[in-house]
Design a protein around this ligand. Sequence first.
Ligand code: PHE
Length: 356
Amino acid sequence: MTDIRDQWLAEIAAAADESALRELESRLLGKSGAVTELLKNVPKLPPEERRAAGQAAHQAKVAIEAALAGRRAALDAAALARELDGGGFDPSAPALRRGSGSGPTREVLVPWTRPRGTLHPITVVRDELVDLFRSLGFAWLDGPEVESEFFNFEALNIPADHPARDSQDTFWLDDGNLLRTHTSPVQIRAMRHYRPPLKVIVPGRCFRSETVDKSHEHTFYQMEGLVVDEGVSTANLIHTMKTCLRVVLRRDVKVRLRPGFFPFVEPGFELDVNCPFCNGAGCSVCKQSGWIEILPCGMVHPRVLEAGGVDPERYTGFAFGMGLQRVTMLRYGVDDIRLFTGCDLRFLSQFGEVAE
Ligand code: PHE
Protein backbone atom coordinates (compact mmCIF):
# COMPACT_ATOMS: atom_id res chain seq x y z
CA MET A 1 0.00 0.00 0.00
CA THR A 2 2.74 2.43 0.97
CA ASP A 3 4.65 1.70 -2.24
CA ILE A 4 1.74 2.27 -4.52
CA ARG A 5 0.73 5.40 -2.59
CA ASP A 6 4.24 6.87 -2.95
CA GLN A 7 4.18 6.11 -6.62
CA TRP A 8 0.90 8.03 -7.03
CA LEU A 9 2.27 10.98 -5.08
CA ALA A 10 5.34 11.01 -7.29
CA GLU A 11 3.16 11.02 -10.40
CA ILE A 12 1.21 13.99 -9.05
CA ALA A 13 4.41 15.88 -8.21
CA ALA A 14 5.58 15.31 -11.78
CA ALA A 15 2.29 16.33 -13.47
CA ALA A 16 3.20 18.82 -16.17
CA ASP A 17 -0.01 20.76 -16.40
CA GLU A 18 -3.62 21.11 -15.35
CA SER A 19 -4.90 18.46 -17.74
CA ALA A 20 -2.39 15.91 -16.43
CA LEU A 21 -3.55 16.76 -12.92
CA ARG A 22 -7.22 16.27 -13.88
CA GLU A 23 -6.43 12.95 -15.44
CA LEU A 24 -4.68 11.76 -12.27
CA GLU A 25 -7.47 13.11 -10.11
CA SER A 26 -10.11 11.08 -11.90
CA ARG A 27 -7.91 7.98 -12.13
CA LEU A 28 -7.35 8.00 -8.37
CA LEU A 29 -10.28 9.74 -6.76
CA GLY A 30 -12.97 9.53 -9.47
CA LYS A 31 -16.06 7.34 -9.25
CA SER A 32 -14.16 4.18 -10.10
CA GLY A 33 -10.74 5.59 -9.28
CA ALA A 34 -8.12 3.39 -7.65
CA VAL A 35 -8.41 4.91 -4.18
CA THR A 36 -12.19 4.97 -4.38
CA GLU A 37 -12.14 1.28 -5.23
CA LEU A 38 -9.86 0.59 -2.28
CA LEU A 39 -12.29 2.30 0.05
CA LYS A 40 -15.27 0.51 -1.46
CA ASN A 41 -13.50 -2.77 -0.99
CA VAL A 42 -12.89 -2.42 2.74
CA PRO A 43 -16.23 -3.90 3.92
CA LYS A 44 -15.60 -7.01 1.82
CA LEU A 45 -12.36 -7.84 3.64
CA PRO A 46 -12.15 -10.26 6.53
CA PRO A 47 -13.09 -8.39 9.74
CA GLU A 48 -9.58 -8.45 11.25
CA GLU A 49 -8.10 -6.69 8.16
CA ARG A 50 -10.78 -4.05 7.72
CA ARG A 51 -9.59 -1.50 10.24
CA ALA A 52 -5.98 -1.31 9.00
CA ALA A 53 -6.98 -1.37 5.32
CA GLY A 54 -9.64 1.28 5.87
CA GLN A 55 -7.17 3.57 7.64
CA ALA A 56 -4.51 3.11 4.97
CA ALA A 57 -6.97 3.85 2.16
CA HIS A 58 -8.29 6.93 3.91
CA GLN A 59 -4.79 8.29 4.60
CA ALA A 60 -3.89 7.71 0.98
CA LYS A 61 -6.93 9.69 -0.10
CA VAL A 62 -6.07 12.63 2.17
CA ALA A 63 -2.44 12.65 1.03
CA ILE A 64 -3.45 12.56 -2.64
CA GLU A 65 -5.89 15.44 -2.21
CA ALA A 66 -3.20 17.54 -0.54
CA ALA A 67 -0.66 16.68 -3.22
CA LEU A 68 -3.10 17.61 -6.00
CA ALA A 69 -3.84 21.00 -4.38
CA GLY A 70 -0.13 21.63 -3.80
CA ARG A 71 0.85 20.80 -7.37
CA ARG A 72 -2.01 22.89 -8.75
CA ALA A 73 -0.86 25.94 -6.73
CA ALA A 74 2.73 25.44 -7.89
CA LEU A 75 1.64 25.23 -11.54
CA ASP A 76 -0.48 28.42 -11.18
CA ALA A 77 2.38 30.32 -9.59
CA ALA A 78 4.76 29.18 -12.31
CA ALA A 79 2.30 30.29 -15.01
CA LEU A 80 1.95 33.74 -13.44
CA ALA A 81 5.70 34.11 -13.10
CA ARG A 82 6.11 33.18 -16.78
CA GLU A 83 3.51 35.73 -17.78
CA LEU A 84 5.17 38.49 -15.75
CA ASP A 85 8.62 37.63 -17.06
CA GLY A 86 7.55 37.24 -20.63
CA GLY A 87 5.91 40.66 -20.80
CA GLY A 88 2.47 39.14 -21.33
CA PHE A 89 1.18 41.04 -18.30
CA ASP A 90 0.91 44.81 -18.40
CA PRO A 91 0.37 46.15 -14.88
CA SER A 92 -0.32 49.62 -16.25
CA ALA A 93 -3.21 48.53 -18.48
CA PRO A 94 -6.57 49.80 -17.22
CA ALA A 95 -8.71 47.22 -15.46
CA LEU A 96 -12.05 46.43 -17.02
CA ARG A 97 -15.50 46.91 -15.59
CA ARG A 98 -19.00 46.27 -16.90
CA GLY A 99 -20.32 49.29 -18.73
CA SER A 100 -22.80 50.06 -21.45
CA GLY A 101 -21.64 49.52 -24.98
CA SER A 102 -22.67 51.36 -28.08
CA GLY A 103 -25.81 49.33 -28.69
CA PRO A 104 -28.96 50.20 -26.76
CA THR A 105 -28.90 47.29 -24.33
CA ARG A 106 -25.41 45.89 -24.68
CA GLU A 107 -23.24 45.51 -21.66
CA VAL A 108 -19.57 45.34 -22.44
CA LEU A 109 -16.29 45.50 -20.61
CA VAL A 110 -14.88 49.00 -20.62
CA PRO A 111 -11.72 50.35 -19.02
CA TRP A 112 -12.17 51.09 -15.34
CA THR A 113 -10.95 54.49 -14.27
CA ARG A 114 -10.68 55.79 -10.76
CA PRO A 115 -13.82 57.81 -9.99
CA ARG A 116 -12.88 61.44 -9.57
CA GLY A 117 -14.48 63.92 -7.21
CA THR A 118 -16.00 67.23 -8.20
CA LEU A 119 -15.38 70.61 -6.69
CA HIS A 120 -17.95 71.84 -4.22
CA PRO A 121 -20.30 74.36 -5.89
CA ILE A 122 -19.27 77.07 -3.44
CA THR A 123 -15.63 76.41 -4.35
CA VAL A 124 -16.48 76.65 -8.05
CA VAL A 125 -18.09 80.06 -7.60
CA ARG A 126 -15.42 81.26 -5.17
CA ASP A 127 -12.66 80.34 -7.62
CA GLU A 128 -14.42 82.17 -10.42
CA LEU A 129 -14.78 85.27 -8.27
CA VAL A 130 -11.17 85.07 -7.15
CA ASP A 131 -10.02 84.79 -10.77
CA LEU A 132 -12.10 87.77 -11.77
CA PHE A 133 -10.95 89.98 -8.91
CA ARG A 134 -7.34 89.03 -9.37
CA SER A 135 -7.63 90.05 -13.02
CA LEU A 136 -8.84 93.44 -11.72
CA GLY A 137 -5.73 93.76 -9.55
CA PHE A 138 -7.16 92.59 -6.20
CA ALA A 139 -5.07 90.50 -3.81
CA TRP A 140 -6.56 87.41 -2.19
CA LEU A 141 -6.24 87.55 1.59
CA ASP A 142 -7.12 85.22 4.39
CA GLY A 143 -7.83 85.91 8.05
CA PRO A 144 -8.31 83.96 11.26
CA GLU A 145 -11.65 82.26 11.94
CA VAL A 146 -11.17 82.77 15.65
CA GLU A 147 -11.13 86.55 16.00
CA SER A 148 -10.75 89.05 18.78
CA GLU A 149 -13.62 91.26 19.80
CA PHE A 150 -11.51 94.20 18.70
CA PHE A 151 -11.19 93.19 15.04
CA ASN A 152 -14.66 91.68 14.70
CA PHE A 153 -16.55 94.59 16.31
CA GLU A 154 -14.66 97.39 17.98
CA ALA A 155 -12.42 98.44 15.10
CA LEU A 156 -15.40 98.20 12.75
CA ASN A 157 -17.18 100.92 14.65
CA ILE A 158 -19.42 98.52 16.57
CA PRO A 159 -18.76 99.40 20.22
CA ALA A 160 -19.75 97.08 23.08
CA ASP A 161 -23.06 98.78 23.80
CA HIS A 162 -24.11 99.10 20.16
CA PRO A 163 -27.30 97.27 19.17
CA ALA A 164 -25.68 96.17 15.91
CA ARG A 165 -23.80 93.57 17.96
CA ASP A 166 -27.07 91.85 18.80
CA SER A 167 -27.94 91.38 15.16
CA GLN A 168 -24.91 89.11 14.75
CA ASP A 169 -25.67 86.22 17.07
CA THR A 170 -22.16 85.42 18.11
CA PHE A 171 -20.39 82.28 19.22
CA TRP A 172 -18.24 83.54 22.09
CA LEU A 173 -15.30 81.50 23.31
CA ASP A 174 -14.26 81.17 26.94
CA ASP A 175 -11.12 83.25 26.43
CA GLY A 176 -13.11 86.28 25.26
CA ASN A 177 -12.44 85.69 21.57
CA LEU A 178 -15.18 84.65 19.15
CA LEU A 179 -15.83 82.83 15.89
CA ARG A 180 -15.84 85.65 13.37
CA THR A 181 -19.35 86.68 12.41
CA HIS A 182 -18.23 88.13 9.08
CA THR A 183 -15.10 88.57 6.98
CA SER A 184 -15.03 92.33 7.65
CA PRO A 185 -12.37 92.12 10.43
CA VAL A 186 -9.86 91.40 7.67
CA GLN A 187 -10.51 94.96 6.40
CA ILE A 188 -8.69 96.27 9.46
CA ARG A 189 -5.94 93.65 9.27
CA ALA A 190 -5.40 94.44 5.57
CA MET A 191 -5.15 98.20 6.05
CA ARG A 192 -2.76 97.83 8.97
CA HIS A 193 -0.58 95.39 7.14
CA TYR A 194 -0.53 96.66 3.57
CA ARG A 195 -1.34 100.38 3.73
CA PRO A 196 -3.21 102.08 0.86
CA PRO A 197 -3.58 102.06 -2.03
CA LEU A 198 -5.01 98.56 -1.66
CA LYS A 199 -7.52 96.27 -3.30
CA VAL A 200 -8.23 92.99 -1.55
CA ILE A 201 -10.77 90.20 -1.45
CA VAL A 202 -11.20 87.84 1.46
CA PRO A 203 -13.26 84.73 0.83
CA GLY A 204 -13.79 82.77 4.03
CA ARG A 205 -15.90 80.97 6.54
CA CYS A 206 -18.01 82.79 9.09
CA PHE A 207 -20.19 81.68 11.97
CA ARG A 208 -23.37 82.88 13.59
CA SER A 209 -25.61 81.30 16.14
CA GLU A 210 -28.49 81.09 13.65
CA THR A 211 -31.43 78.75 13.59
CA VAL A 212 -30.88 76.74 10.43
CA ASP A 213 -33.56 76.88 7.76
CA LYS A 214 -33.87 77.01 3.96
CA SER A 215 -31.90 80.24 3.78
CA HIS A 216 -29.85 80.40 7.00
CA GLU A 217 -26.82 78.47 8.13
CA HIS A 218 -24.75 78.81 11.29
CA THR A 219 -21.60 78.24 9.22
CA PHE A 220 -21.47 80.13 5.96
CA TYR A 221 -19.12 81.72 3.48
CA GLN A 222 -18.62 85.35 2.64
CA MET A 223 -16.33 87.19 0.34
CA GLU A 224 -15.26 90.53 1.63
CA GLY A 225 -13.94 93.15 -0.76
CA LEU A 226 -12.06 96.31 0.16
CA VAL A 227 -10.64 99.09 -1.97
CA VAL A 228 -8.84 102.04 -0.37
CA ASP A 229 -7.21 104.76 -2.43
CA GLU A 230 -7.36 108.46 -3.11
CA GLY A 231 -10.60 109.50 -4.77
CA VAL A 232 -12.51 106.19 -4.58
CA SER A 233 -16.22 106.85 -5.08
CA THR A 234 -19.60 105.15 -5.00
CA ALA A 235 -19.45 105.03 -8.80
CA ASN A 236 -16.37 102.76 -8.52
CA LEU A 237 -18.28 100.57 -6.09
CA ILE A 238 -21.31 100.18 -8.35
CA HIS A 239 -19.22 99.51 -11.44
CA THR A 240 -17.16 96.85 -9.66
CA MET A 241 -20.26 95.16 -8.25
CA LYS A 242 -21.99 95.10 -11.62
CA THR A 243 -18.93 93.61 -13.30
CA CYS A 244 -18.68 90.97 -10.63
CA LEU A 245 -22.35 89.97 -10.74
CA ARG A 246 -22.35 89.88 -14.54
CA VAL A 247 -19.51 87.37 -14.46
CA VAL A 248 -20.88 85.04 -11.77
CA LEU A 249 -24.47 85.14 -12.88
CA ARG A 250 -23.51 84.87 -16.55
CA ARG A 251 -25.85 87.59 -17.74
CA ASP A 252 -26.23 91.31 -17.98
CA VAL A 253 -27.56 92.49 -14.64
CA LYS A 254 -29.54 95.48 -13.50
CA VAL A 255 -28.75 96.62 -9.99
CA ARG A 256 -30.40 98.97 -7.57
CA LEU A 257 -29.11 100.47 -4.35
CA ARG A 258 -31.15 100.89 -1.22
CA PRO A 259 -29.88 102.46 1.95
CA GLY A 260 -28.60 99.79 4.34
CA PHE A 261 -27.17 100.19 7.81
CA PHE A 262 -23.79 98.78 8.74
CA PRO A 263 -21.76 100.73 11.31
CA PHE A 264 -18.53 100.32 9.33
CA VAL A 265 -19.76 102.00 6.13
CA GLU A 266 -21.19 105.44 5.46
CA PRO A 267 -23.20 105.61 3.33
CA GLY A 268 -24.19 101.93 3.47
CA PHE A 269 -26.23 100.11 0.84
CA GLU A 270 -28.11 96.97 0.10
CA LEU A 271 -27.41 96.19 -3.52
CA ASP A 272 -30.19 94.29 -5.26
CA VAL A 273 -30.03 92.53 -8.58
CA ASN A 274 -32.97 92.02 -10.93
CA CYS A 275 -34.43 88.56 -10.30
CA PRO A 276 -32.90 85.97 -12.64
CA PHE A 277 -35.88 83.64 -12.24
CA CYS A 278 -38.56 86.02 -13.56
CA ASN A 279 -36.35 88.70 -15.08
CA GLY A 280 -37.91 91.34 -12.88
CA ALA A 281 -41.55 90.45 -13.52
CA GLY A 282 -42.11 89.14 -9.99
CA CYS A 283 -42.10 85.53 -8.78
CA SER A 284 -41.99 83.53 -5.54
CA VAL A 285 -38.18 83.66 -5.31
CA CYS A 286 -38.07 87.47 -5.32
CA LYS A 287 -41.32 87.65 -3.34
CA GLN A 288 -43.01 89.39 -6.29
CA SER A 289 -40.67 92.38 -6.06
CA GLY A 290 -38.59 91.63 -9.15
CA TRP A 291 -35.40 92.23 -7.11
CA ILE A 292 -33.13 90.01 -5.04
CA GLU A 293 -31.06 91.38 -2.20
CA ILE A 294 -27.57 90.16 -2.83
CA LEU A 295 -24.79 92.44 -1.67
CA PRO A 296 -24.41 94.63 1.38
CA CYS A 297 -21.80 97.31 0.68
CA GLY A 298 -20.85 100.91 1.19
CA MET A 299 -18.14 103.52 1.56
CA VAL A 300 -15.68 102.74 4.32
CA HIS A 301 -16.51 104.74 7.47
CA PRO A 302 -13.80 107.28 8.42
CA ARG A 303 -13.53 105.70 11.87
CA VAL A 304 -12.79 102.34 10.29
CA LEU A 305 -10.06 103.91 8.13
CA GLU A 306 -8.61 105.40 11.30
CA ALA A 307 -8.75 102.04 13.09
CA GLY A 308 -6.79 100.66 10.14
CA GLY A 309 -4.20 103.42 10.52
CA VAL A 310 -5.31 105.18 7.33
CA ASP A 311 -5.78 108.95 7.06
CA PRO A 312 -9.49 109.57 6.23
CA GLU A 313 -8.72 113.07 5.00
CA ARG A 314 -6.59 111.68 2.25
CA TYR A 315 -8.13 108.32 1.44
CA THR A 316 -11.59 106.95 0.78
CA GLY A 317 -12.67 103.41 0.10
CA PHE A 318 -15.50 101.02 -0.55
CA ALA A 319 -16.24 97.63 0.94
CA PHE A 320 -18.68 94.83 0.21
CA GLY A 321 -19.60 91.54 1.82
CA MET A 322 -20.92 88.96 -0.58
CA GLY A 323 -22.71 85.86 0.71
CA LEU A 324 -21.09 83.07 -1.27
CA GLN A 325 -23.90 80.56 -0.71
CA ARG A 326 -26.40 83.16 -1.78
CA VAL A 327 -24.61 83.91 -5.03
CA THR A 328 -24.11 80.19 -5.69
CA MET A 329 -27.83 79.60 -5.14
CA LEU A 330 -28.69 82.31 -7.64
CA ARG A 331 -26.14 81.11 -10.11
CA TYR A 332 -27.35 77.50 -10.13
CA GLY A 333 -30.98 77.97 -9.07
CA VAL A 334 -30.56 76.11 -5.77
CA ASP A 335 -33.45 76.78 -3.38
CA ASP A 336 -32.17 75.35 -0.08
CA ILE A 337 -28.93 76.50 1.54
CA ARG A 338 -28.71 73.29 3.61
CA LEU A 339 -27.86 71.28 0.51
CA PHE A 340 -24.38 72.82 0.51
CA THR A 341 -23.46 71.51 3.94
CA GLY A 342 -25.18 68.15 3.53
CA CYS A 343 -23.18 65.28 2.12
CA ASP A 344 -25.63 64.25 -0.58
CA LEU A 345 -23.41 63.34 -3.52
CA ARG A 346 -26.41 63.31 -5.87
CA PHE A 347 -26.52 67.06 -5.30
CA LEU A 348 -22.83 67.81 -4.90
CA SER A 349 -21.62 65.89 -7.94
CA GLN A 350 -23.80 67.83 -10.38
CA PHE A 351 -21.47 70.75 -10.68
CA GLY A 352 -19.28 68.98 -13.08
CA GLU A 353 -15.90 70.47 -12.52
CA VAL A 354 -13.34 67.77 -11.87
CA ALA A 355 -11.01 68.11 -8.89
CA GLU A 356 -7.53 67.23 -10.08
N1 PHE B 1 -20.02 92.39 7.15
C1 PHE B 1 -21.37 92.63 6.77
C2 PHE B 1 -22.21 91.43 7.16
O1 PHE B 1 -21.78 90.41 7.41
C3 PHE B 1 -21.52 92.85 5.29
C4 PHE B 1 -20.85 94.06 4.77
C5 PHE B 1 -19.53 94.03 4.36
C6 PHE B 1 -21.55 95.25 4.68
C7 PHE B 1 -18.93 95.15 3.85
C8 PHE B 1 -20.95 96.36 4.16
C9 PHE B 1 -19.64 96.33 3.76
O2 PHE B 1 -23.35 91.43 7.22
